[in-house]
Design a protein around this ligand. Sequence first.
Ligand SMILES: N[C@@H](CCC(=O)N[C@@H](CS)C(=O)NCC(=O)O)C(=O)O
Length: 223
Amino acid sequence: MIIVHHLNNSRSQRVLWLLEEMAVPYEIKRYQRDAKTMLAPPELRAVHPLGKSPVITDGDLTLAESGAIVEYLADKYGRGRLAPSPGTPERVRYSYWMHYAEGSMMPPLLLKLVFDRIARDPMPLFVRPVARAIASRARDSFVDPQINRHLDYLEAELGKSAWFAGPMFSAADIQMSFPLEAAATRGGLNESRPKLWAFLQTIHARPAYLRALETGGKYELLR
Ligand SMILES: N[C@@H](CCC(=O)N[C@@H](CS)C(=O)NCC(=O)O)C(=O)O
């Protein structure tokens, strides 16, 4: 039986969604973020040394890193439905987006989260103006322009085909959902980028996505 080690409000939501799309039975072990630090609890380190989510176990295998998990599950249980055939141009695109989501798009979105928090969180009065000035400079000069460049690029890419890897919905769309949801929460993604916005509305209406939300529980991305 596949076990999904699921942290609330996290990337493991897309693993639940993928499993629902494939109608594969699975079990969930739940972990709660610390309300103050938002970090995962130490018990997750007993499953994988990094203590991050998602992690799955499938028999003897313990696998972390959402892209690796999504690829593994789609290949093993998808019966060709959620991954383009090897050797096709769609498969190359599929692999590209699978890596791009965490390797290229999440880093500026993570920086955005960190600098927004530095600017917002309580801190001693005497350091506050300096901290806020540094956060503001980093956001204006680097983080926000980087996020915008990614969003412009993605908007153009979705003008080429209905889904990220091509005409077929695939696990790459599931992998790409998290950075796009994060961008809608804290990166300024809105209706002004109609293709990306429509992508989000379409995936949010998929029955498997909705079932995964019911199973996973409240899903609010950090800001
Ligand atoms: N690149 C990793 C990132 C894993 C990651 O940072 N997960 C977050 C949840 S979205 C986490 O576990 N945060 C809690 C913590 O770092 O303690 C992946 O895609 O799986």
